[in-house]
Design a protein around this ligand. Structure first.
Ligand code: NAD
Length: 500
């Protein structure tokens, strides 16, 4: 395929703020944009209208992408100089930085996320992720182990072709979460984006080529889960899948791995994260702001959203009143207006799912203290909602809603709240607000979650491991720990002249 063949997939996208740009909507395989077997119509959730039609991979194109990645792995990337890998990761980071505005527009258009959030959080964090792991390329080494009369040591080897299957809610971020640690240690990758938000990834694909990555090292394909995703989980040449998405799909990924080649699997799944506010909190207003950010950012569509809030009896009424005031002060509307905090839900399906949960909460007997309705305008908008009088056994307290809905409950003391906070099948994140250092240490240790934030919430950073306990998954992203999920360890023992 020549570059001019690729022109057929160029699509013009226009944002409501007048920003116009062209995206190549082909499948990015072997550094070329190629045709799929199928197509996906992606819509703007703020209007419900068609944005673009992108090429969609099926099993045949998954094979093509895996073959390209396998060839690139064996013919150069596996044994490439770590400094070269580092240079390319940094180059990609620089290009994402240069084109942040375009990426932010695409992600916002496609997912309905407020553009300020993508600009201020997703894009900088993606850039950090690439730069952070670029520093590890030449620091990935094993150990020398003292053994009697023999030289024993370990070496870290890449796995080969690693796949990433990602959700729609933070696609730019997720791509860099998968690409950076995998490439750093010498693997090549095939990333499948979500059918609900493929556009920002296609812009990143163009930047991969511009950065100068050899063909096949990074392949980015759009595709449906039940076809392309299923083909990836069952693929015999994929050595590892890193999956980000729902628990239900996570189970299918493990099943696919079990039924095919027992590929390694890491899972970043859903959550129902508790946030605990003790009555000794130093600054209640700040705690309320963290709760608001943690519960309603990305219209409540964050895996680690603090959707179960436990407030100690003495400050409960004050807390609820302050949270309500803050919620009502935030703008909900067009994601492209600079002061918009909350945009629409990503799709009609997600919108209906959240509205169903609000209905369930009302029927279960919880009090809908604020919100609880859809917003009467074009697109999939839902009022930020607060449920009070929520009990542990209610579905809205146990199941991931993935929408702008926070459930608030009272607690008595430490033991009471630790029991309630851990009474869940999830274990992604948790928050604790207290001025008492001993209490902060005891409670954060007792919480069953992959990350606990004290006097803050959802402050994700590249050097800090991110991942779940229980059914929120296993494996870690970000941090040095993530590298362990992308290597195989070989031990070598050399007899240094000792007789048998
Ligand atoms: P989803 O599970 O429906 O889809 C995720 C991805 O899996 C998509 O790319 C989809 O095409 C693919 N998929 C669907 N069926 C598949 C199959 N049979 N085989 C292989 N792949 C398949 O999830 P979603 O609705 O896109 O995302 C929301 C979920 O993701 C929430 O539960 C959220 O908590 C979770 N999430 C977790 C994290 C984390 O880091 N823990 C981050 C973001 C989102």
């Amino acid at each position: 395929m020549t570059l001019s063949d690729e022109q057929q997939f160029l699509t013009e996208v226009v944002a409501p703020d007048g920003y116009k740009f062209t995206v190549n909507t082909g499948l990015f395989i072997n550094n070329e944009f190629v045709a799929g077997e199928n197509t996906i119509d992606t819509t703007n959730p703020a209007t419900g209208k068609l944005l673009a039609t992108v090429q969609a991979a099926e099993a045949k194109q998954v094979d093509m992408a895996v073959d390209a990645a396998e060839k690139a792995f064996h013919h150069g990337w596996k044994s490439s100089h770590p400094r070269e890998r580092s240079r390319l990761l940094n180059k990609l980071a620089d290009l994402i930085e240069r084109d942040t505005d375009e990426i932010a527009h695409l992600e916002s258009l496609d997912s309905g996320k407020a553009i300020m959030g993508v600009r201020n959080f997703d894009a900088p964090h993606s850039i950090n992720q690439l730069r952070y792991f670029s520093g590890f390329c030449d620091k990935n080494h094993g150990k020398v182990i003292q053994t009697n009369g023999k030289l024993s040591y370990t070496i870290h080897e890449p796995i080969g072709v690693c796949a990433g299957i990602i959700a729609w809610n933070v696609s730019t971020l997720m791509i860099t979460y998968k690409i950076a640690p995998a490439l750093c240690v010498g693997n090549t990758v095939v990333i499948k984006t979500s059918e609900f938000a493929p556009l920002a990834a296609l812009k990143i694909a163009a930047l991969v080529r511009e950065a100068g990555f050899p063909p096949g090292v990074i392949n980015i394909i759009s595709g449906y889960g039940h076809t392309a995703g299923e083909a990836m989980s069952h693929h015999k040449k994929i050595g590892k899948i890193s999956f980000t998405g729902s628990v239900a799909t996570g189970r299918l990924i493990m099943k696919g791995a079990a039924e095919s080649n027992l590929k390694k699997v890491t899972l970043e799944l859903g959550g129902k994260s508790p946030v605990i506010i003790f009555d000794d909190v130093e600054n209640l207003d700040e705690a309320v702001t963290w709760v608001h950010t943690g519960g309603y950012s990305i219209s409540g569509q964050a895996c680690c959203a603090g959707s179960r809030v436990y407030v100690q009896e003495g400050i409960y009424d004050q807390f609820i009143e302050k949270l309500k005031t803050l919620v009502l002060s935030k703008k909900i509307g067009c994601p492209f207006e600079q002061d918009t905090f909350q945009g629409p839900q990503v799709s009609e399906t997600q919108f209906k799912r959240v509205m169903d949960y609000i209905d369930i909460g009302k029927k279960e007997g919880a009090t809908c203290y604020l919100g609880g309705n859809s917003i009467n305008r074009e697109g999939y908008y839902i009022e930020p909602t607060i449920f009070t009088d929520v009990t542990e056994n209610m579905r809205i307290m146990q199941e991931e809603i993935f929408g702008p809905v926070i459930c608030v409950a009272k607690f008595r003391d430490e033991n009471d709240v630790i029991f309630k906070a851990n009474d869940t099948t999830y274990g992604l994140a948790a928050g604790v607000f207290t001025a008492n250092v001993t209490r902060a240490l005891t409670v954060s240790k007792a919480l069953e979650a992959g990350q606990v934030w004290v006097n803050c919430f959802m402050t994700i950073d590249s050097p800090i491991p991110f991942g779940g306990y229980k059914q929120s998954g296993f494996g870690r992203e970000c941090s040095e720990y993530a590298l362990m999920d992308y290597i195989q360890i070989k031990s070598i023992k050399i007899n240094a002249g000792n007789p048998v």
